[in-house]
Design a protein around this ligand. Sequence first.
Ligand code: NAD
Length: 498
Amino acid sequence: MSTALPLLIDGEHLVSGSDEFHQTYDPCTGEARQRVPLSTAAEIECAVAGAAAAFRDWRETPLPQRARLMLKYQQLLKEHADELAALIATESGKTLADAHGDLWRGIEVVEQAAGIARMLQGDYSENVAHGVDTYSLKQPLGVCLGITPFNFPAMIPLWMFPLAIACGNTFILKPSEQVAQTALRLASLLLQAGAPAGVLQVVHGQAAQVEQLIDHAEVRAVSFVGSVAAAQAVYRRAGQALKRAQCLAGAKNHMVILPDANRDAALRALAGAACGAAGQRCMAISAVVFVGAARHWQEELVEHLRQLRPGPPAQTDAAFGPLISASARARVHALIEQGCQEGAVCRLDGRSLTPPAGHAGGYWLGPTLFSGVQPTMSIYREEIFGPVLCSLEVDDLDAAIALINANPYGNGTSLFTGSGASARHFSHHVEVGQIGINLAIPVPLPFFSFTGWRRSFYGDLHAYGQQAVQFYTETKTITTRWQEPTSPASSPSSTTLA
Ligand code: NAD
């Protein structure tokens, strides 16, 4: 029988008493890997109680000490980078290069958390009235909750708990049941860096466990990343429980290509952004919009895509890995079938891929390209989350912008052009959170925030950066007037002098 993952509560790895499990499989081979326990109600209660108890001391821990924990943690993450990347690749099926990228983008947030003292600084105004000063400061909330998806096993947990903890909160992480081993290892390293027991707890589960956590009176804030349906459910539940929430959701990201773009650079970037990580990125490009004469470049795009071959992590020239699970692949296959039936032209059908040698049981899918896609088709309306690219054609840039703005998602978009004026027009009018100009996947570094719009995000304060510090703290504003004490000896003479 495959092994069962532990929970991490109050600094100890605990065997769950649950008799319900999620079974994980190696995405490259289809072989059973691990059983992830769905935590019992008592285990969840214990995790929250431990985090609430740890908060009492942690919030009083001096800022430089919290910053030093993050300095030590980023050092340990770097020292264990090869081990962690191998684990990420094994759990998710990503290539090793991609797994290193996943970890590195998370480490950058830990580096930012080491500068928490500056980010937490408050404001001070002198003389708001005669002899009266006002200052404001940020205080931690208490127990914060993070729920994370499968597609970035390291980066997305690291978007959340380092900043929350550096702000003085304690944190409960409920990682994706599909990649929970990486989350446990990240948490163990935080303990090794010196985090007190209870500051970071890891529990496992699905919707029922998340609901219990959101409803718990001690949980003060909810960070979520995942699909639209789950994001909406979590955001509603948090609202009902009167909790603040930031819920990052699905995407349908467009790349617009103008005829004045560098053709080779645009098509190469497009192929990589559509198929990298098997299209399982919230910033993957899943729709390309060719403007005017650029429509003639589609033949060349087919060739670029054809050259991308998936393979297991050990295969150094693999462009991407398999899909995460059998059900994910079945869903993508069904959408491809629907695209064919709705009249789109399947120029490249990844379903016919021969799996890499020795990996026939894995969840492989080759690059897939549809042309002649219409906005009404399911392959355009739904997030596919696979290496499937929809190609559309329009006559001018404004038509491309209108298409993007009519799409319900607003995570990322990109424009390839040689014209600064077109780029400026696009950036100004397009209603999307992250925009790349001659860059396909414009994920901001942590000194900015990750800012999805519309159906790609529910909430107002976004992930990491200064917005996350705002999210994980409460502002307190103090107004002061200080007077000399009234004393029988001094009071009359000072009155005389005045
Ligand atoms: P998912 O929604 O299936 O699961 C995400 C997390 O939510 C998991 O921990 C899961 O256990 C939990 N969950 C699932 N259903 C729930 C429910 N009803 N109530 C409460 N919790 C629930 O997502 P996934 O398949 O793991 O990840 C892929 C999705 O995440 C894609 O839609 C992708 O676009 C999105 N994503 C978005 C971003 C972003 O920044 N916007 C980043 C990464 C991934």
